[in-house]
Design a protein. Structure first.
Length: 184
Protein backbone atom coordinates (compact mmCIF):
# COMPACT_ATOMS: atom_id res chain seq x y z
CA UNK A 1 0.00 0.00 0.00
CA UNK A 2 2.86 2.34 0.86
CA UNK A 3 4.33 1.87 -2.63
CA UNK A 4 1.00 2.70 -4.28
CA UNK A 5 0.76 5.97 -2.36
CA UNK A 6 4.36 6.89 -3.33
CA UNK A 7 3.69 6.08 -7.00
CA UNK A 8 0.54 8.21 -6.92
CA UNK A 9 2.33 11.25 -5.47
CA UNK A 10 5.29 10.81 -7.82
CA UNK A 11 2.92 10.78 -10.80
CA UNK A 12 1.40 14.06 -9.60
CA UNK A 13 4.85 15.64 -9.41
CA UNK A 14 5.58 14.79 -13.05
CA UNK A 15 2.14 15.50 -14.45
CA UNK A 16 2.33 17.67 -17.56
CA UNK A 17 0.12 20.66 -16.97
CA UNK A 18 -1.09 23.50 -19.13
CA UNK A 19 1.84 25.68 -20.07
CA UNK A 20 2.05 29.33 -19.10
CA UNK A 21 2.51 31.91 -21.85
CA UNK A 22 3.20 35.64 -21.93
CA UNK A 23 1.79 37.87 -24.68
CA UNK A 24 4.51 39.31 -26.91
CA UNK A 25 3.38 42.91 -27.33
CA UNK A 26 5.51 43.86 -30.33
CA UNK A 27 4.40 40.75 -32.27
CA UNK A 28 0.70 41.11 -31.42
CA UNK A 29 -2.01 43.44 -32.68
CA UNK A 30 -5.18 44.79 -31.16
CA UNK A 31 -7.08 46.58 -33.92
CA UNK A 32 -10.42 48.36 -33.66
CA UNK A 33 -12.82 49.91 -36.14
CA UNK A 34 -15.73 52.26 -35.47
CA UNK A 35 -17.88 54.37 -37.78
CA UNK A 36 -17.86 58.13 -37.28
CA UNK A 37 -20.31 60.02 -39.48
CA UNK A 38 -20.47 56.91 -41.72
CA UNK A 39 -16.68 56.74 -42.18
CA UNK A 40 -14.59 53.94 -40.69
CA UNK A 41 -12.00 55.05 -38.16
CA UNK A 42 -9.34 52.42 -37.52
CA UNK A 43 -7.03 52.29 -34.57
CA UNK A 44 -4.74 50.15 -32.49
CA UNK A 45 -3.75 49.51 -28.90
CA UNK A 46 -0.38 48.27 -27.68
CA UNK A 47 0.97 47.65 -24.21
CA UNK A 48 -0.37 44.09 -24.09
CA UNK A 49 0.64 42.23 -20.94
CA UNK A 50 -0.62 39.43 -18.76
CA UNK A 51 -0.64 35.69 -18.28
CA UNK A 52 -2.10 32.97 -20.44
CA UNK A 53 -2.35 29.36 -19.35
CA UNK A 54 -3.30 27.21 -22.31
CA UNK A 55 -3.58 23.55 -23.21
CA UNK A 56 -5.95 22.69 -26.08
CA UNK A 57 -6.37 19.19 -24.64
CA UNK A 58 -7.32 20.49 -21.20
CA UNK A 59 -9.43 23.58 -21.75
CA UNK A 60 -10.72 23.46 -18.16
CA UNK A 61 -7.17 24.26 -17.01
CA UNK A 62 -6.76 27.10 -19.54
CA UNK A 63 -7.25 30.78 -18.74
CA UNK A 64 -6.43 34.26 -20.01
CA UNK A 65 -5.72 37.26 -17.79
CA UNK A 66 -4.50 40.14 -19.96
CA UNK A 67 -4.28 43.93 -19.95
CA UNK A 68 -3.95 46.62 -22.60
CA UNK A 69 -2.45 50.05 -21.94
CA UNK A 70 -5.16 52.64 -22.70
CA UNK A 71 -2.56 55.40 -23.22
CA UNK A 72 -1.31 53.46 -26.25
CA UNK A 73 -4.40 54.18 -28.36
CA UNK A 74 -3.38 55.19 -31.88
CA UNK A 75 -5.66 56.26 -34.76
CA UNK A 76 -2.91 57.98 -36.79
CA UNK A 77 -4.32 61.33 -35.72
CA UNK A 78 -2.70 62.81 -32.60
CA UNK A 79 -5.54 65.30 -31.97
CA UNK A 80 -8.13 62.50 -32.07
CA UNK A 81 -5.90 60.26 -29.94
CA UNK A 82 -5.55 62.98 -27.30
CA UNK A 83 -9.34 63.42 -27.31
CA UNK A 84 -9.86 59.64 -26.88
CA UNK A 85 -7.56 59.70 -23.85
CA UNK A 86 -9.74 62.30 -22.09
CA UNK A 87 -12.29 61.63 -19.36
CA UNK A 88 -15.29 61.40 -21.72
CA UNK A 89 -13.69 58.47 -23.58
CA UNK A 90 -11.03 56.25 -21.95
CA UNK A 91 -10.00 58.57 -19.09
CA UNK A 92 -6.48 57.14 -19.25
CA UNK A 93 -5.27 58.98 -16.14
CA UNK A 94 -7.88 57.31 -13.96
CA UNK A 95 -8.16 54.01 -15.90
CA UNK A 96 -4.76 53.11 -17.39
CA UNK A 97 -5.71 49.54 -18.34
CA UNK A 98 -8.32 47.59 -20.22
CA UNK A 99 -8.54 44.18 -18.53
CA UNK A 100 -9.88 40.83 -19.74
CA UNK A 101 -10.03 37.67 -17.65
CA UNK A 102 -11.54 34.47 -18.98
CA UNK A 103 -14.06 32.45 -17.02
CA UNK A 104 -14.14 29.40 -19.32
CA UNK A 105 -12.96 28.15 -22.68
CA UNK A 106 -14.89 25.52 -24.64
CA UNK A 107 -14.80 24.00 -28.11
CA UNK A 108 -17.10 25.67 -30.63
CA UNK A 109 -19.21 23.97 -33.26
CA UNK A 110 -16.78 25.19 -35.95
CA UNK A 111 -13.75 22.92 -36.36
CA UNK A 112 -10.48 24.46 -35.14
CA UNK A 113 -12.28 27.24 -33.27
CA UNK A 114 -12.76 27.72 -29.56
CA UNK A 115 -15.17 29.90 -27.58
CA UNK A 116 -13.86 32.03 -24.75
CA UNK A 117 -16.13 33.50 -22.07
CA UNK A 118 -14.92 36.17 -19.71
CA UNK A 119 -15.15 39.59 -18.16
CA UNK A 120 -13.99 42.71 -19.99
CA UNK A 121 -13.28 45.78 -17.84
CA UNK A 122 -13.05 49.21 -19.41
CA UNK A 123 -13.08 52.23 -17.13
CA UNK A 124 -15.29 51.40 -14.14
CA UNK A 125 -17.49 48.92 -16.01
CA UNK A 126 -17.10 45.15 -16.26
CA UNK A 127 -19.22 43.18 -18.71
CA UNK A 128 -19.43 39.50 -19.51
CA UNK A 129 -18.80 38.59 -23.13
CA UNK A 130 -17.82 35.70 -25.35
CA UNK A 131 -16.17 35.36 -28.72
CA UNK A 132 -14.64 32.71 -30.91
CA UNK A 133 -10.91 32.40 -31.48
CA UNK A 134 -8.31 30.13 -33.00
CA UNK A 135 -5.11 28.88 -31.41
CA UNK A 136 -2.31 28.09 -33.84
CA UNK A 137 0.55 26.17 -32.22
CA UNK A 138 4.02 27.47 -33.07
CA UNK A 139 7.46 26.63 -31.69
CA UNK A 140 7.21 27.37 -27.94
CA UNK A 141 4.28 29.71 -28.55
CA UNK A 142 0.71 30.08 -29.76
CA UNK A 143 -0.87 32.57 -32.10
CA UNK A 144 -4.37 33.40 -30.87
CA UNK A 145 -6.73 35.16 -33.29
CA UNK A 146 -10.26 36.36 -32.69
CA UNK A 147 -12.85 39.00 -33.48
CA UNK A 148 -15.52 40.53 -31.31
CA UNK A 149 -17.86 43.46 -31.18
CA UNK A 150 -18.49 45.58 -28.09
CA UNK A 151 -20.93 48.36 -27.41
CA UNK A 152 -18.82 51.33 -26.30
CA UNK A 153 -21.76 52.77 -24.33
CA UNK A 154 -21.77 49.67 -22.08
CA UNK A 155 -18.40 50.94 -20.83
CA UNK A 156 -19.24 54.68 -20.74
CA UNK A 157 -16.81 55.40 -23.58
CA UNK A 158 -17.78 58.54 -25.50
CA UNK A 159 -21.41 58.43 -24.40
CA UNK A 160 -22.27 61.88 -25.73
CA UNK A 161 -20.54 61.54 -29.09
CA UNK A 162 -22.16 60.87 -32.47
CA UNK A 163 -20.27 57.73 -33.42
CA UNK A 164 -21.42 54.16 -33.88
CA UNK A 165 -22.17 52.34 -30.64
CA UNK A 166 -20.55 49.14 -31.89
CA UNK A 167 -16.79 48.81 -32.05
CA UNK A 168 -15.31 45.91 -34.03
CA UNK A 169 -12.14 44.48 -32.49
CA UNK A 170 -9.65 42.11 -34.16
CA UNK A 171 -7.07 40.34 -32.04
CA UNK A 172 -3.85 38.64 -33.10
CA UNK A 173 -1.88 37.73 -30.01
CA UNK A 174 1.43 35.90 -30.08
CA UNK A 175 2.03 34.28 -26.69
CA UNK A 176 5.44 32.80 -25.92
CA UNK A 177 5.93 29.93 -23.52
CA UNK A 178 7.59 30.83 -20.26
CA UNK A 179 10.51 28.43 -19.78
CA UNK A 180 10.06 25.92 -17.00
CA UNK A 181 6.61 27.16 -15.97
CA UNK A 182 3.58 24.89 -16.03
CA UNK A 183 0.29 25.18 -14.24
CA UNK A 184 -1.39 22.18 -12.61
Amino acid sequence: MKNIVLIFFASLMFKEGAAQYKPVDNKSSILFKVKTFGINVNGTFTGLDGNIVFDPNHLNDSRFDVNIDTKSINTDNSLRDDHLKEESFFDVKKYPLIHFVSTRIVPSTKKGTLLIYGNLSIKDQTKELSFSFTAEPLVNSYLFKGKLSVNRKDFHVGETNIISDNVEISLSVLAAKEPGVTSF
